[in-house]
Design a protein around this ligand. Sequence first.
Ligand SMILES: [Zn+2]
Length: 300
Amino acid sequence: MVTLAGASLRTQSVRDRGEALALDADRVVVARDEIDMHALPQDRREDESIVVVGVLADEIDAPGCVGSRHGYILTVPPTTGRAALERAEQLPRDQLDSLRREWWEKRTYVYVTPGEELVKRALAGFPDDVRALAGRCRILRPEARSGGGYYSDRNEIELAAGVETYEGLHQVELSACHELFHYVCWNDRRYRADEDQNFPYLRRAVRESRKLLPAFPRYRDWVTGSFLRQGDHANPVEYFADIPTNFRDVAELPGPIRAHFAPLIAGSPLPYDLSRSPDWPVVPAEVTLETFQRWLAGRE
Ligand SMILES: [Zn+2]
């Protein structure tokens, strides 16, 4: 035990899993072999895995030195790990980058938000019924630096334990939000009906919005400058998850798109019944990814 800043801290070897408290200080990180990891890159050996739950917040101001000088990592409560990350993220970019490089050499996860807490954080501000539905989704935090996804066969989400440490505390909430809206699309009876029909109502909203983009510059810049640059990934499923994640104010969305998503973002009622067959002609050539992307870009 050492005492620093008035707090007693237990030191432990980085690589010794047998050390008291070595693994039970934070059960948030799920061992790689505990779950199906096919979606995440296998970029390291099992024997390299370690679990680190915190670093000394007081050392963050000495970039590159967190924990590493001592050859061990100090176990501190997870909330302190979060505070340490908040402070690290205020460092100049190059210092933060070198800190992250050093952390990754030790496979350090400075702070991993527990799945249940992450769901709450990611859904803050969304309507009650959306939070109630998506709040039932489990988020697993596998040992990996990045990556994740929603698995409809298991109806749960995996989000790499490294997202906070290596991408940021804000990014982990955005990533979780995106995955949770995949869950919503699959589990909300209304929107699932649209997906089961190959999104006719969503496609129509996009088509009817194609001439309205100039009046909604933030949406236009996002859709053309960010979303459409993903190539094949810029499809209706991903679009559905990205709109609530990126637009918390429905006034920033063109009317038809706003109407389609407002129930999820602002709690307004849907103006149409998504379970009904379209009462307009659906041309096969218009149900292609190419057409969807052309409409998104504001073209005919
Ligand atoms: Zn996605």
